[in-house]
Design a protein around this ligand. Sequence first.
Ligand SMILES: Nc1nc2c(ncn2[C@@H]2O[C@H](COP(=O)(O)OP(=O)(O)OP(=O)(O)O)[C@@H](O)[C@H]2O)c(=O)[nH]1
Length: 422
Amino acid sequence: MAQSMCCARPGTRMIGWPVPNSSCAPPMLKIDPELLNNASPSPHRRALEQGYRWLRFEDGLEQQFHDFYIQGHVARVRLAAYMCIVLFIMFVILDLATLPAFVSIRTVSIRIALIIPSFVVVLLASYRGAWRPYLGTAVFSAALVTGLCTVAVIGSALDAGYQIPYEGILLVALFIYLIACLEWRRALLANMVTLCAFVIMEFTLQTDPRARLYQIVFMCAANGVGAYGAYFLEHSIRTTFLVNTLLHELAALDGLTGLSNRRTLNIHLERVWRQALRDRQTVAIAMIDIDYFKRYNDRYGHARGDAALKAVADVIAAQARRPLDLTARYGGEEFAVIWHNPVPGELQAMGELLTAAVAALRIEHSDSDIGSLSVSIGVTIGLPCAGDDAAALLRAADQALYQAKHQGRNQVVVSEPVAALV
Ligand SMILES: Nc1nc2c(ncn2[C@@H]2O[C@H](COP(=O)(O)OP(=O)(O)OP(=O)(O)O)[C@@H](O)[C@H]2O)c(=O)[nH]1
């Protein structure tokens, strides 16, 4: 373990543990720092930077992770529930075949009346969409029921003067930690309750002190091994969740402004276009370009240019209010807004709201005609027809923008809807 940490590439960050210079720190997934450097500030990036050794993120992120975890594990939980039902049916048959009737009546009743139904509930929760939010609770309850009932099975046999193999309870502990897909804290809680019940049962019903000691020691060891494995499993899942989200952000968002990038805009436009075609609704695009931005950079420097771009982007971001609307940085100092099904007569006013909002930023630009930063906007609208492509809408908005520049900048031009698109 220590050796693998010594061999880490210089500058490679160890995720989830404070400082990787201690030889006794546990091995964690390593991540290329480039990924973190390129990602925009977000709770995901913060979590990766700060670590999560107690397997907990800040509140909003924790909820997101919980949804991700449940969604990603539905199939495994279902499989685990089927596996348990089959196993416990086998145990019932084994009990009936090997135990005397006065013992098996107790053990079989517990297995059939309590354990198997708890996994049937898990199965139902995994199949029914409305029950899905309670899947984690159902698995936790089933784990608890299985642990306690297995203690009860061993105890009831002991009570009847019959020793049955206690290895089953070890199997249950490892199953809860590693197969049931429970989050680590819940798995630990279910197992600790089971362990306490087991110890109490042993001290109450076990008459052989050596057997008692042996069994308790092995139960504790199984819990240690299981908790250790489950901790690292969940830690890796948390890292995967964070890295997935960062990669998605890097692929979909513009690093400077946080708006969608051009690729996302194109994908979204195609999607909205198809949706509008189905619903016979319109789609509008506004292309927005900052005026005399080269002069701004030349006079105030690139860093202030970046800050101005970000301020304008924040204003533009407020323009996407409906679920299918989108704002994007199209490239350089050019932005785009997709409006899904806007009222055609309001487009001019919507554009002017944008120019007014940028003017309200009052960003000084002494090399422009009006002394402050302004934008030119070209807007167009279309009603998609089969055979058209969304790129025609983009081209039309670009032409309107060109016209706005040509007419003196700091204005909105709404083009006539392109003939092919209406
Ligand atoms: N600071 C900064 N500048 C950028 C960025 N991307 C593009 N630019 C600059 O934006 C300027 C765009 O210049 P032009 O295309 O000539 O347009 P303009 O000066 O705004 O002139 P008009 O559009 O005709 O009003 C260039 O100088 C680019 O270097 C960026 O991310 N940050």
